[in-house]
Design a protein around this ligand. Structure first.
Ligand code: SF4
Length: 383
């Protein structure tokens, strides 16, 4: 059978992926898309149909980090679904063909139409695009041609979405993101430096299952992945709420896993699902490894000082988070956790607000790191 006549499910089974793992993958995708468990059956059905969607992947002003991140995904199929099964007809870094042969493959796919266009890297507009030419053609020329017959365009990584590093001041190449130049097609942005491959796979699976791109926010980011602040789901959030901040690399607070806000964490202003899906097959993520979030899913993040605390315009009180320390009034830690969950939003916010007033924790949220020395090695801020 021509491999293009096979369904994705058939291809995967042929490649040694068990049915159990395939069903697990459908469940993981439903969860990544923030859909009910029942959506897994719909996904399973869609991937069992022989419909195949070609993919053309262009690299412009980039470091290939998103391609690298994607190649390191498994699960067991993230790479397989898109690279082998979907039929990637053109990828400058990954394809075996080169030169004329590669260009002919691309030309045939572009002429046939109906493909998904994935773009990695920013578009250079300065001096007629001379700073990013491939095969003698500017990035603007290449992307305009490739977008023409695409069913949708998916920009991956901060460079393709918002201009990324090339756009950092003073932006010598006049770099812009894909949505700044492609305005007559649906453009979906999956920012990040690099993007999280789970979010790309889930977007493609959504397209294959429902025939449309997922719902997006005003920056064209899929809401399933970028609908929540990192800060809201961060495992260190309890420490933020309690005013327990790392004050120096390697101090006792850092070793104890306290909040990285004072070290410049951009989690309170960055939307992405990193705390949930993590990286490297869910192994870990930057904050989990002790580094503050650098805000790589937001526009212009390269122009923001990495280790300077951000200004918090609004205090975000804890909602249902239990205390990070064992209570001392005869309540067990387990009891506090259950109570924290049961009391809910209203009571939680009220308690948090009261606690903030009692401890004057708003002082901890000053835009700049205080000159005061912490009272001890653990970084306890003077109350
Ligand atoms: S400031 Fe950063 S480390 Fe602290 S809770 Fe928010 S996201 Fe997590």
């Amino acid at each position: 059978m021509d491999s293009r006549q096979e369904s994705i499910a058939q291809s995967l089974l042929k490649r040694g992926v068990s049915r159990r793992d395939f069903l697990k993958f459908c469940g993981v995708m439903a969860a990544a898309l923030a859909m009910p468990k029942s959506a897994a059956a719909q996904i399973e059905q869609a991937l069992a149909s022989p419909r195949r969607t070609p993919v053309v992947w262009l690299e412009l002003q980039d470091c290939a980090g998103c391609s690298e991140a994607f190649l390191r995904a498994s699960h067991p199929t993230a790479t397989e679904v898109i690279l082998d099964v979907l039929s990637v007809d053109y990828h400058e870094t990954l394809m075996a063909a080169a030169g004329k042969q590669a260009e002919e493959a691309k030309a045939a796919t572009l002429a046939a139409g109906g493909y998904l266009l994935v773009v990695e890297g920013s578009v250079s507009l300065g001096d007629d695009g001379v700073y990013c030419c491939i095969g003698g053609r500017s990035s603007l020329d290449l992307i305009t041609e490739a977008a023409k017959n695409a069913v949708a365009v998916i920009a991956v990584g901060n460079c393709a979405t918002f201009g990324g590093l090339p756009k950092a001041q003073p932006n010598p190449t006049q770099a812009v993101g894909v949505m700044d130049v492609i305005t007559d097609k649906p453009v979906l942005n999956i920012p990040g430096c690099p993007m999280n491959p789970v979010n790309l796979t889930a977007t493609v699976v959504h397209y294959l299952t429902f025939g449309a791109l997922p719902e997006m926010d005003s920056l064209h980011r899929p809401l399933f992945a970028f609908g929540q602040l990192i800060h809201n789901n961060c495992e260190r959030r309890g420490h933020f709420d309690r005013g327990e901040f790392v004050r120096a690399w390697g101090d006792a607070g850092h070793r104890a896993g306290w909040c990285l806000y004072q070290m410049g964490c951009k989690g309170p202003i960055t939307y992405q699902n990193c705390p949930i899906v993590r990286y490297n097959d869910g192994t870990n993520w930057p904050i989990g490894a002790g580094h503050p979030c650098i805000g790589c899913a937001e526009p212009d993040f390269w122009d923001r000082p990495t280790y300077e605390p951000i200004q918090l315009d609004a205090f975000t009180p804890p909602l249902t988070y239990p205390s990070v320390s064992a209570p001392t009034d005869g309540i067990t830690a387990e009891g506090a956790a259950v109570t924290g969950g049961a009391v809910g939003v209203v009571a939680g916010a009220a308690l948090a607000f009261g606690y903030m007033i009692m401890t004057k924790r708003s002082e901890h949220l000053a835009p700049k790191i205080s000159d005061e020395e912490p009272t001890d090695d653990a970084g306890h801020h003077p109350e």
